[in-house]
Structure formats: C-alpha cells, structure tokens
Design a protein around this ligand. Sequence first.
Ligand code: THU
Length: 131
Amino acid sequence: MKDALITAAMEARVRAHAPYSKFYVGAAMRDENGSIHSGCNIENAAYPQGWCAEPSAISHLIMAGGKSITEIVVIGNGTDLCTPCGGCRQKIREFAAGDIKIHCCTEDGDLIRTFTLNELLPFSFGPENLK
Ligand code: THU
C-alpha cells in the first residue's frame, strides 16, 4: 500500500486542469496535525493566469485551519523529476521550516528523490526576516 501522502498527490494529479501544457501535477502536504491537503495545477486560456499544484494544496491546508507544512509530495508526468518551481518554493517557505522533506514521485507514486526545502531554496527570505 502506498503512503497516504503519495496517494493523495496521485489522486490530486488526475484532477489537474492542464489542457495547454498537458503537464499534470499533483501536490499533497501534511500539516502540523498530520492532516493531508492536496491540490492540482489549474491552467487558463489566458496562459499567465494559471497556477501550480502547490498553491492549490496550500490553499486547502490554510482553509482547513492548518498553520504549517511538515511534509510534501509532488508528482508530475511520467518518471521525470518534478520539483516545485521557484515561485512555489517561496510560497512553501511561508509555512514551512527549512528541514521539511519534499518527496518527488513518479506518476505511479514511486519515489524518485527527496529534498529538504533548504536544498531547494537556500538562504531563503521568510517571515522571520520581517520580525
Ligand atoms: N507546475 C506545477 O503545478 N508545479 C510546479 O512546481 C511546476 C509546474 C505546472 C504549472 C503548469 O500548469 C504546468 O505545470 C507546466 O508548467
């Protein structure tokens, strides 16, 4: 049986609205209570108006009352590594410590590689900088 976080990302991915790129992404995030929140990318005919899977998942986490992200799974097409894009890394940073794990999996839910947020976004700027 697959880990629940991976399953949630796989299930989110099949809901992606990506008729333009045909690159379907699912993201799933665990919050500080262990609850899982997921999201997919949602593209738009006016291309720049689309958004990534990660902010969809963050939106669900926040609306469910979650305060922080403790673990993430991201899944793109096939077996290619799909890491969060630069903008998504910063959005994740708002709610996550540098040592959280981001697992990148294949479309079938097999682990390709795990990164920490610090590895993907070193020397980051975050909420602490504004205190
Ligand atoms: N995409 C994501 O959903 N997350 C990422 O971190 C990488 C890119 C989406 C955006 C767009 O709908 C498609 O993948 C192709 O860039």
